[in-house]
Design a protein around this ligand. Structure first.
Ligand code: P53
Length: 474
C-alpha cells in the first residue's frame, strides 16, 4: 500500500521565475521579462495594458530572478540532497529560439539545458519539463499577435521538434503548456495576448486556446513519434469550485465554473470539444476557426497523463450579498467560512486536494501528477539566515496526507508530487520575492537586493525524510 515504489517526489520551478540571465547566452526577450512588480503588473498580465519592452521607472524581477542560470549546479545538488527523484523545470523558449520564428535554434541555449539535464541525471533525478511556462517570445507578440495567430502552431512545432530530438534519452516526461486554463485569467502570460480596445476578448481568448490545444496535440504526436518512451501531460490550474450553499442555483453555477477549466483538459485528454463548451461559445457568439485536420489531430493525440497545480479551492455563489472576495487577485473567490487563508488570501484546503484528485481521476481515468502545491509565505530568517518554517511544513504535511488518502483509500493512480518553488523564486502573480515557497531560502528581496546566498530551511530536512520514507514519515 501507500505510494508506488517509483513515486516521483520532487520540486518544481519555472524558467522565468528563477533563471535570470535574461540576455545571457544569446537569449531573446520574452513576455515574462517585461512584467514588472507593482500595481501595473495585473493589467499587464491580463492583457489590458501593453508593455512589450523594459520601461524606465519599473523593476523587472525576472531579469535576474534568483540567478539559477549561474547557480543550477549548486541548486540541483541541494535538490539531490533532499532525495528528489524528479525536478520539474521549464525551458525558456527564447533561449532556444530568441525570436521564436528562426529556422535554426540557438546552440548556447540548447547546451545550457543539456548540461542541466545531465546534472540532474548524475544524481538520478528525472527531469520533468514544461515546454512553455507562461512564456512567449516578444518578437512573436509584436509580429504575429501571440497565440491569436495560427502561425504560432508552426513556431511551437519547431520548438518541440528541436527539444524532443536534442534531449531524447535525457528527458522522458513533458508538459505542453503550464496551466493552460490560465489563458482565461492571465492571457498575456498564458498566450502573449494584448487586447485592442474594440476587440471581443472572449473570441480572441478562445481562438488562441484553440491554437494552443492543436499545438499541444501536435507536440504529443511528435513526442511519441520521436521516442515512444516519451510521456506527455497536460497541465491544469486545478482546485474545485464549491457551491456556497445547497441551493440548486449555486450548485449549477459551481459546475459551470469548473467546466471553464475542465474544457481545456477535456480536449487534451478526451480528444474533442465538449458539448457544453460548444453550446456556451455559440450562445456567446464566439466562432472558433478550426479545420477538419485540427479535429482529427485533437482526437488522435491525447495526453498520457494529467498534471495539475493545486493551492486552494474556490467558492461560487449566486447570492449578490455574499460578495466578500479573497485577495488572490487572478483567481479571486468568495470567502469560505470554513477555511483559513494564506497571507495572500489563498484558502487552505487539504481535503480539497483529495476531492480534486478524485474529480480528475473519475473524469479522465488517466494517471495524475501533482506538479505544483505549496504555501507562499513571508519567511523571517534568524541571525544565521535559518528559517523555521513550521507553517510551511504544516501545509505540506496536511496536503500530502490528503493525497495519500486519495491514493490509498480511493485508488487514484498518482505518478508523483512536485511541490512548487522548491527553492525560493519570484512570484508569478505578484512579482514579489517575499512570497516564498521554498525549502531553500534565497537572500534576495522585492527590490532585487541581497547576496543570492542559498540556506536550507527547517522544511528542507523535513521533506528529505518524507521522501526517504516514501511518504510514510510525515
Ligand atoms: P504565485 C494564480 C492562481 C493559481 C496558480 O503562484 C497560479 C497563479 C498565478 O499567480 O500560478 C501557478 O507565484 C503557476 C506558477 C506560480 C504558482 O502558481 O502567484 O504555475 O508559475 O508561481 C504560484 O504565488
Amino acid at each position: 500500500m501507500g505510494f508506488r515504489k517509483d513515486f516521483l517526489w520532487g520540486g518544481a520551478t519555472a524558467a522565468n521565475q528563477c533563471e535570470g540571465g535574461y540576455n545571457a547566452g544569446g537569449r531573446g526577450l520574452a513576455n515574462v521579462d517585461v512584467v514588472p512588480v507593482g500595481e501595473d503588473r495585473f493589467p499587464i498580465i491580463t492583457g489590458q495594458k501593453k508593455m512589450l519592452d523594459f520601461e524606465p521607472g519599473y523593476f523587472y524581477p525576472a531579469k535576474e530572478a534568483i540567478d539559477m542560470y549561474h547557480h543550477y549546479k549548486e541548486d540541483i545538488k541541494l535538490f539531490a540532497e533532499m532525495g528528489f527523484k524528479t525536478y520539474r523545470l521549464s525551458i525558456a523558449w527564447t533561449r532556444i529560439f530568441p525570436n521564436g520564428d528562426e529556422a535554426e535554434p540557438n546552440e548556447q541555449g540548447l547546451a545550457f539545458y543539456e548540461d542541466l539535464f545531465k546534472t540532474c541525471k548524475s544524481y538520478g533525478i528525472e527531469p520533468l519539463v514544461t515546454i512553455t511556462h507562461f512564456d512567449c517570445p516578444i518578437h512573436l507578440i509584436k509580429e504575429y499577435g501571440g497565440w491569436r495567430n495560427r502561425k504560432m502552431i508552426d513556431f511551437y512545432e519547431n520548438l518541440v521538434r528541436t527539444l524532443f530530438t536534442r534531449y531524447q534519452g535525457l528527458v522522458k516526461y513533458w508538459l505542453t503548456f503550464n496551466e493552460i486554463n490560465m489563458i482565461l485569467h492571465a492571457p498575456f502570460m498564458g498566450a502573449g495576448l494584448v487586447f485592442e480596445e474594440d476587440e471581443d476578448e472572449t473570441q480572441v481568448k478562445y481562438q488562441a486556446s484553440h491554437h494552443e490545444l492543436v499545438a499541444s496535440a501536435l507536440a504529443t504526436k511528435i513526442a511519441h513519434e520521436i521516442d515512444p518512451e516519451n510521456q506527455v501531460g497536460c497541465m491544469l490550474a486545478a482546485g474545485l469550485n464549491y457551491p456556497y450553499s445547497c441551493k440548486p442555483e449555486d450548485v449549477f453555477a459551481a459546475q459551470e465554473k469548473d467546466r471553464e477549466n475542465y474544457f481545456f483538459i477535456d480536449v487534451q485528454s478526451r480528444g474533442a470539444y465538449p458539448n457544453y463548451a460548444l453550446k456556451q461559445l455559440e450562445r456567446e457568439g464566439v466562432k472558433i476557426e478550426m479545420t477538419e485536420e485540427d479535429l482529427a489531430l485533437l482526437k488522435a493525440h491525447t495526453v498520457d497523463f494529467i498534471s495539475f497545480s493545486y493551492y486552494a479551492s474556490r467558492v461560487v455563489t449566486t447570492d449578490p450579498k455574499l460578495n466578500e472576495q479573497t485577495e488572490g487577485n487572478i483567481f479571486a473567490s468568495v470567502k469560505n467560512p470554513y477555511l483559513e487563508a494564506s497571507e495572500w488570501g489563498w484558502q487552505i484546503d487539504p481535503l480539497g486536494l483529495r476531492t480534486t484528485m478524485n474529480a480528475l481521476y473519475d473524469r479522465y481515468q488517466k494517471p495524475l501528477f501533482i506538479v505544483e502545491n505549496g504555501l507562499g509565505a513571508v519567511d523571517t530568517p534568524d541571525g544565521e539566515g535559518y528559517v523555521e518554517d513550521d507553517y510551511r511544513i504544516d501545509y505540506l504535511r496536511e496536503h500530502i496526507k490528503a493525497m495519500k488518502d486519495a491514493v490509498e483509500l480511493d485508488g487514484v493512480d498518482l505518478l508523483g508530487y512536485t511541490s512548487w518553488g522548491c527553492i525560493d523564486l519570484v512570484s508569478a502573480g505578484t512579482g514579489e520575492m517575499k512570497k516564498r515557497y521554498g525549502f531553500i531560502y534565497v537572500d534576495r528581496d522585492n527590490e532585487g537586493k541581497g547576496t543570492l546566498k542559498r540556506t536550507k530551511k527547517k522544511s528542507f530536512d523535513w521533506y528529505k525524510q518524507v521522501i526517504a520514507s516514501n511518504g510514510e514519515n510525515l
